[in-house]
Structure formats: C-alpha cells, structure tokens
Design a binder for this molecule. Structure first.
Ligand code: FES
Ligand code: FES
Length: 163
C-alpha cells in the first residue's frame, strides 16, 4: 500500500504484463476498460446477474463487476481481446461467427469466455447441460439456440472427437 492509499498490482493480461497503482476500490472491469483500454470487457448489470463482464482469471470465469483489481494481483487474465491469434479467430469465436450466435454482440465477449470456462470444466453431455452452465450469461437477442450450437461444436472440436 502506498502513502496515497493506492496499491501496486502486477497482472498479466492477454500475455502482456502490466504494473499499476490502483485504488483498493477500483473494480476489475473498470481497471481493464479504463486503465488498459480493453473495451471488450462489457458492463451490463454491474451486480453479477448478466455475465456481460465475464473474463478469465487464472482460467476461471469471473465477474469483473464483482471483483476488485487488487484481488487479481499476480493473476493471468484473459479478455476477449486475447482470444484471436492475429487475424485468425479462436475456435469459439469462429463457431459463433459460423452459427450466427450473436446479434448486437453486447453479451458476446462474456459469453465466449464463459463458454471456454465450461468447455474446460464440464462434460457438456447434452444441450441441456450447456444451457445450464451458461445460464449466468444473459442474451437479449439470439434466443440462445445458435449459442448452444456454437458451444457444442467448439467443445467437440477442442476435444478432438465426436460426442
Ligand atoms: S456487468 Fe457483471 S454480471 Fe452484469
Ligand atoms: S447478441 Fe445481443 S445481447 Fe446477446
């Protein structure tokens, strides 16, 4: 903690290391958007209900609106900006594109990162399980069917086999 009350943090975001002094009350979402310029971190409800702000912290999906920046000191963070490899989309992004799994796109960054989290952690045996595990991410546009298709296809592709 510094004299001003600001606290030093060191984080790796999308592979780049950042060291900053931040107010202890600064939210992770505001840190990523305002300090680092990562505007793909969307802010919706700001109380943990919509999932628009979801990012990965050490591989786990986290609501950036409910997390303080000082809590992620030392962590590896992934935002939607870190998914593509140059011009080549990440498989989950490509699947969303191929299946028209977005319309306005406001929910999409959080949806993509939550999808990667659940693909890594759950068997996703059927569409009902995909819907259940994605239920913390709200989409006002798509009706979810195409999102579920995209997640199903990506899970299959990343696991290298048929389900
Ligand atoms: S803005 Fe974080 S969950 Fe809605
Ligand atoms: S695409 Fe508009 S909220 Fe999901």
């Amino acid at each position: 903690m510094t004299v001003s009350g600001r606290q030093s943090i060191r984080v790796t975001v999308n592979g780049a290391v950042y060291e900053r002094e931040v107010e202890p009350r600064l939210l992770l979402g505001d840190f990523l958007r305002d300090e680092l310029g990562l505007r793909g971190v969307h802010s919706g409800c700001e109380h943990g209900s919509c999932g628009a702000c979801t990012v990965l912290v050490d591989g786990d999906s986290v609501h950036a609106c409910l997390t303080f920046a000082v809590q992620v000191d030392g962590a590896q963070i992934t935002t939607v900006e870190g998914l593509a490899d140059g011009e080549r989309l990440h498989p989950i992004q490509q699947a969303f594109w191929d299946h028209h799994a977005l319309q306005c796109g406001y929910c999409t960054p959080g949806m993509l990162l939550s999808a990667l989290d659940i693909i890594a952690k759950y068997p996703l045996e059927d569409d009902a399980e995909i819907r259940e595990q994605l239920s913390g991410n709200l989409c006002r546009c798509t009706g979810y069917d195409n999102i579920v298709r995209a997640v199903r296809e990506t899970a299959r592709a990343l696991r290298g086999g048929e389900r």
